[in-house]
Each structure stands twice: as structure tokens, then as C-alpha cells.
Design a protein around this ligand. Structure first.
Ligand code: IVH
Length: 680
């Protein structure tokens, strides 16, 4: 008996050793392949090692660990993604499109740092993918999240674990205890073509571009789908508070990343001053088409992290970095016809149907003409040869007519007198460029758009309820308004064209899930005119609950920062419509709910704003002004720095005014300050 036990123990010990050495070997090969871009063994040999490890782990399941290379298999599909609050918000970059704009950036960096030396910059390609934040604790991957709205993202750990280029555990020395790294997940050009070829062979929807494909792949609740997508990543920054263990320059940070096993673009370069940056931009513009993935520009970052800290950020945009974007792509084609599309608010947008042209892997067959004023200004006709521009993800637009190439048959473009969808009269308010269908929610086009907006990701986020399904739901009169969505039955959904029973059930599940929302999302989803995501969030924070908004006056609304008379007017008009109250009541009875928000002092109108008062004020003492500002949530500082938002200058202001001018801080005189305070 004891011989047998000894035998078992020995076998287990041997298996443990073998498993550990296989894992080590596989991790080393991953590192050579993905980080150093210098594979040591063939794919077949690599697969053999994985198989051997799998085999052993099957025999000894108790030896499986979450960071074993075999544990990249998709896990059980999730019901929904959990929310993740970012330790440091995920911001975005300011863009520059010209050398002048770049020089202005460099000048500001000099001024803010008080330096007249050439600045050390790190140049990186701007990967055209999706930002993610991945957290390692004690060297192990513990969580991954999308950017979301910058403050809160979605927990996509399961999906991220399926990407082979992302280490499940870090290697090397001096690994920080907690390290959150940020990078861009992308799909290569080749991977994208293969993915679309597969999708079209299976009769599935094809993706518009690699970026959308990457984004869609990361948002799968079933990580097995993510695993089948050719996702890659490059890391470019950190998202946790830097500790002493983290290098103090961007270039060393990226070197450390590589040593820790985190892939970094091979095109990172350190340079001095703008001249070096311009050279890099030129080189990358020339290389762009040969790169195996899409980049939409380059990024320049101040190398020293101490300088980065000093420069800080404004509205989540670092002042120590800038994206120098490649110019938009332009092509020539001909306008075959013009149609008018009706938007959510009834706005009629003229859309040119083009002779299809192929630009950078995408076929363009439509382009917006914006409105009738633009058509007049650009002198566009049907039949004209035109230049069409596509920039990043935005809708292509007609830029100008090609004067040197005139068609024999051109036709003027007329604004229709009646809505092309519901035939209600088209109205145009004097002085406004936009013409609108007057049909309101009687117009099926407006209804469809309102429902699409309601279901969209940033609103109620009803996954799977796509545009085509909504079109059919409205056309078949199964749904008249957004609240009707919640009384849909499975057989009604599966009676729609091309909607299998399983997808119908998925939509019902998604509808059910969407009921738990936030007040901000709900307000945004209602589609009140001019109330975007940020305004909706502000309204939610300010009022905390819905009933308070019903009775809000235009004056009280205008007390909220960024809400002017026009928006306030739209909000009051929306809540004075009986119909809207009925729909809201219906939604709440269907179970749509959100937690009310406790109004915190954080939510005061000037929270986060720093003021400096200088010189003598005539109408109030400085201490009264200070008290007033503080009661509104502002901070009043004694000296001007890069972090100051406003400087209020009275008479005989001295050096502080000068400093503010140098730093480009906003300045108010006493009269402007009074007007400013009046709004609260
Ligand atoms: S640094 C505060 N570096 O561009 C944001 N971003 O608009 C700092 N991106 O959300 C970002 N390549 O998704 C940085 N080398 C790079 C990048 C990069 C692509 C994306 C990223 C970010 C967006 C900024």
C-alpha cells in the first residue's frame, strides 16, 4: 500500500516538474514570438508542447492554474459585462493636422514647463484599434476593461485572456505589485480580410473596417467567439498610480514593458524637438501602406514622467501628448442621385449616391451633403464629378465639385416640399440650415431613429436589437414607441425576416437586462433634442431623480454648467408633452429602473475648477468673492499655475496677470466675473 502511495507521490512530483517546465518553455516561446518578433521554433513544434501540457493537465487537473498557457480557452458565456471603474480615467488625445498645430503644441509644452531647451519626445504609431486597460497583480493578469466613457468601462477579462499576445503572467524582474497597462487591441489587415471572407461565406454580416471588427470582437459575451478572432495588441502606457518601481521616462517604461513580456510597437522612437517629430511623421506616412495593420497617425509624448505630471491634463486630455493625424483620404467619383434621409429629430439630410469607389480597403457608395446651404455653397448637382473624403470612422462627405471635369448632364438638387417617408410638410425655420419633416412621431422614419437611439449602446444598450430589426418592427407596426419594445413576445420577434428563434430569445434577454440602467443613460435614451450623453449625465447628477426634472424651469436648467437657453428650452418642451409622460410611465411600469443619485458636494457647478483672484475688486471684497466661489464648489488658489482654470483680475493686478497670460489661462475682468456668477 505504502509503495503505491510513494509511487503516486513520485508521479505527481514528476508531473508537477514537467508541467512547470513546459509552461516555462511555452511562455518563453510566446515571448520570442509576440514580443521579440523572433520565433525560435516552428508552429508545429509549439503546438506539440501545448498538446503535451494539455495532456498532463488532464491527467492531473489539480495542477491546473489560471495562468497556465492552456487556460486561454473561452469560458462560459456571460449574461452581461460587469462595470469597472478605472483607477485613473482613460482619456483621449488632442489631435493635430498640420505642422503649425504641432508647433503650437510644442510651444505650449515649453511655456508650461518654463523651459527653452529642446524637449525629449517619444514617437509612437497611433494604432487604429480599441483601447483596453489590463491589470496585473503580483504579476498575474487579474482584470481587463474597455474604455467605456473613460471613467467606467466593461469587464472583458474573459475575452482578453483569449488573446495570445497578452501574457497571463508577467516575466522578468522588478515587476510592480500592481500594474495596470493600457494598449490598443487591433486586427491586422490580413486578419480582417480573412475574417470577412469567412463571414461572407457563412452569409453573416461583414465588418466595415478592422477597428469595428476588433471592437465587436471584444464585446462578445461568449469568449469562444473572441477566441476565434485574430486579435493583437500593442501596449503604450500605464493606468495605475506609478509607484517607485516604474521607470521615470516613457521610453524606459516601454522598454520595461517588453522585459515584462508586454508587446510594444517596433516603431517606437525617441527624438528631440519638433524636427525629429516631423521626420518621424514623414517616415511613418511613407510606411503606412506597407504596415500589416492600420494606423491613423502618430503620437508624440513628452518623455519625462516628471514633466508629464507637471503638464497635467485638461478635460481628460493630457497636455504632454498629441496625436498628429494623417490627412483624410480623398477620391474622385460621380454623384448618381441624391436622396433625403430623415433623422431622429426630423432633420432632412441630403445623401449623395455615388458611383462606388474603393478607398483603403473600403467601398464608398454614399456621402453626406450635410444640408441645402452646403449644396448651394459647394454648387453641387446630380451628375457632377466630386471629391469625396473619408476620415477615420466619420461618414464620408462630399468636399467639392471637380471644376475641371464637367458632365454634360447635370441636374439641380431640390429640397422636397414633403417628407419622403411620411409625406408631412417639410419646414425650415428662417435662418436655420436644417429642414425638418413636421410629422414628429407620426413619421415612421423619426420613430425608427428614436428607437434605434434608445436601443443604442450608450443609451439603453439593447444588444442584438439592430437597425434592420427595428425597421421591421416599425414597418409591421409591432412597435410604435420605445416602450412597446418591452411588451414584445418571442413569436412576434421570430416572425421577422431572418430572425432565428435563438436570436429572438437573445433580444428578449437583452431587453430584460437593459431595464436596469442609470438615470443618465435613461435621459440620454429618451432622445431629447440637443441632450447628448454628457448633458444627460449632468442632468442626472444635478437633479438626482426624474420627477424633479419634470418641473424644472428654463431658468433653473440654465444654472447647470453647459446648459444654455436652447437646450433648456428643448428639455422643458419635452417634459411638457403629455405623450412623453405616457411613454415614460409605460417604461417604468415595464420595469425600467435606476438608482437615484445622492447629490454630493462634488456635484456643485464649479467642482473641479480652480480660480485665482488678483488685484482690487470694486463691487465685492476678495474674501466675499472667494466665499462665493467656494460655495459653488470651486477651489481658490493663491498663485497661478498650469492647473488654474480662471484668473479674475481687479485693478492694479500685477505678476499673476502676466503669468496667466503666459500660460494661456482664461482671464476675466470684474464685470465678466459678475456676469459669470449670475448664472448660478
Ligand atoms: S496614449 C490619454 N498612445 O488613441 C490617452 N494612445 O485618442 C493617452 N491610441 O484612446 C493615449 N495608439 O485608444 C496612446 N501609441 C498610442 C496610441 C494611442 C492608439 C489610441 C488610444 C487612445 C486614443 C487617443
Amino acid at each position: 500500500m505504502s509503495v503505491l502511495l510513494d509511487e503516486n507521490k513520485k508521479n505527481l512530483e514528476q508531473a508537477t516538474k514537467k508541467i512547470e517546465s513546459l509552461r516555462q518553455e511555452i511562455n518563453d516561446h510566446d515571448y520570442h514570438y509576440h514580443v521579440l518578433d523572433a520565433p525560435v521554433i516552428s508552429d508545429a513544434e509549439y503546438d506539440k508542447k501545448i498538446q503535451a501540457l494539455r495532456h498532463l493537465e488532464k491527467q492531473y487537473p489539480e495542477l491546473v492554474t489560471p495562468d497556465s498557457p492552456t487556460q486561454r480557452v473561452g469560458a462560459k458565456p456571460l449574461k452581461e459585462f460587469k462595470q469597472v471603474t478605472h483607477e485613473i480615467p482613460m482619456g483621449s488625445l488632442d489631435n493635430a493636422f498640420s505642422e503649425e498645430e504641432m508647433l503650437a503644441f510644442d510651444k505650449r509644452v515649453h511655456t508650461l514647463l518654463g523651459s527653452n531647451q529642446e524637449i525629449d519626445y517619444v514617437c509612437e504609431p497611433k494604432m487604429d484599434g480599441v483601447a483596453v486597460s489590463i491589470r496585473y497583480e503580483n504579476g498575474r493578469l487579474v482584470r481587463a476593461a474597455t474604455r467605456g466613457d473613460g471613467e467606467t468601462g466593461e469587464d472583458i477579462t474573459q475575452n482578453i485572456r483569449t488573446i495570445k499576445m497578452i501574457p497571463l503572467s508577467l516575466r522578468g524582474k522588478q515587476i510592480p505589485k500592481v500594474l495596470e497597462v493600457r494598449g490598443e487591441v487591433y486586427i491586422s489587415k490580413k486578419g480582417f480580410d480573412e475574417l470577412n471572407a469567412r463571414a461572407s461565406a457563412q452569409g453573416e454580416k461583414i465588418f466595415i473596417n478592422p477597428r469595428n471588427a476588433a471592437a465587436g470582437s471584444l464585446r462578445q459575451l461568449d469568449s469562444n467567439i473572441t477566441r476565434s478572432r485574430p486579435l493583437s495588441i500593442y501596449f503604450y502606457g500605464i493606468g495605475s498610480k506609478p509607484t517607485g518601481e516604474i521607470p521615470d521616462t516613457q521610453s524606459d517604461l516601454l522598454k520595461a514593458f517588453k522585459n515584462w513580456g508586454l508587446p510594444v510597437s517596433p516603431y517606437v522612437k525617441q527624438t528631440k524637438g519638433m524636427r525629429g517629430c516631423f521626420d518621424y511623421f514623414k517616415q511613418m506616412s511613407e510606411k503606412r501602406n506597407q504596415l500589416p495593420y492600420e494606423i491613423d497617425g502618430v503620437v508624440f509624448k513628452v518623455n519625462s514622467q516628471e514633466d508629464q505630471r507637471q503638464l497635467g491634463s485638461v478635460s481628460k486630455r493630457p497636455r504632454w501628448a498629441i496625436a498628429y493625424k494623417f490627412p483624410a483620404e480623398e477620391v474622385e467619383t460621380v454623384i448618381e442621385s441624391v436622396e433625403f434621409q430623415v433623422g431622429r429629430t426630423g432633420a432632412l439630410t441630403p445623401v449623395a449616391r455615388l458611383q462606388p469607389v474603393f478607398v483603403h480597403g473600403v467601398t464608398i457608395s454614399n456621402a453626406t451633403l450635410h444640408n441645402m446651404d452646403e449644396i448651394k455653397r459647394k454648387k453641387v448637382h446630380i451628375g457632377d464629378y466630386v471629391i469625396v473624403r473619408r476620415a477615420g470612422d466619420v461618414i464620408p462627405e462630399v468636399v467639392r465639385v471637380v471644376e475641371t471635369r464637367k458632365s454634360a448632364h447635370i441636374k439641380a438638387i431640390h429640397l422636397p416640399s414633403h417628407c419622403p417617408v411620411c409625406h408631412s410638410k417639410v419646414e425650415q425655420i428662417e435662418g436655420e440650415a436644417v429642414a425638418r419633416c413636421s410629422g414628429g412621431l407620426f413619421c415612421p422614419a423619426q420613430r425608427k431613429e428614436a428607437i434605434k437611439h434608445f436601443a443604442s449602446r450608450r443609451a439603453m444598450d439593447i444588444e442584438g436589437l439592430g437597425d434592420k430589426i427595428i425597421d421591421q418592427l416599425v414597418d409591421t407596426e409591432l412597435v410604435h414607441n420605445v416602450a412597446d419594445l418591452y411588451s414584445l413576445k418571442k413569436d412576434q420577434l421570430s416572425s421577422l425576416e431572418r430572425l432565428a428563434e435563438k436570436s429572438a430569445q437573445n433580444i428578449l434577454d437583452a431587453l430584460q437586462q437593459s431595464k436596469d440602467t442609470t438615470l443618465g443613460r435613461f435621459l440620454f435614451a429618451l432622445g431629447i433634442r440637443e441632450v447628448g450623453e454628457a448633458t444627460a449625465k449632468q442632468l442626472a447628477n444635478h437633479f438626482g431623480e426624474l420627477p424633479a426634472l419634470f418641473t424644472a424651469t428654463e431658468e433653473s436648467l440654465q444654472a447647470i454648467p453647459d446648459i444654455g437657453p436652447v437646450v433648456a428650452g428643448h428639455i422643458v418642451a419635452f417634459f411638457s408633452e403629455k405623450h412623453n409622460h405616457k411613454v415614460i410611465d409605460q417604461l417604468i411600469s415595464a420595469g425600467v429602473r435606476w438608482p437615484n443619485i445622492e447629490r454630493k458636494s462634488q456635484d456643485l457647478p464649479l467642482t473641479g475648477q480652480t480660480f485665482v483672484l488678483t488685484g482690487t475688486l470694486q463691487k465685492m471684497t476678495r474674501s466675499d468673492a472667494k466665499e462665493k466661489l467656494e460655495s459653488l464648489g470651486a477651489k481658490v488658489a493663491g498663485s497661478v499655475s498650469a492647473k488654474t482654470h480662471y484668473v479674475v483680475v481687479g485693478e492694479d493686478a500685477g505678476s499673476k496677470l502676466q503669468k496667466a497670460t503666459e500660460l494661456g489661462v482664461k482671464i476675466m475682468n470684474e464685470e465678466q466675473f459678475f456676469q459669470f456668477l449670475k448664472q448660478f
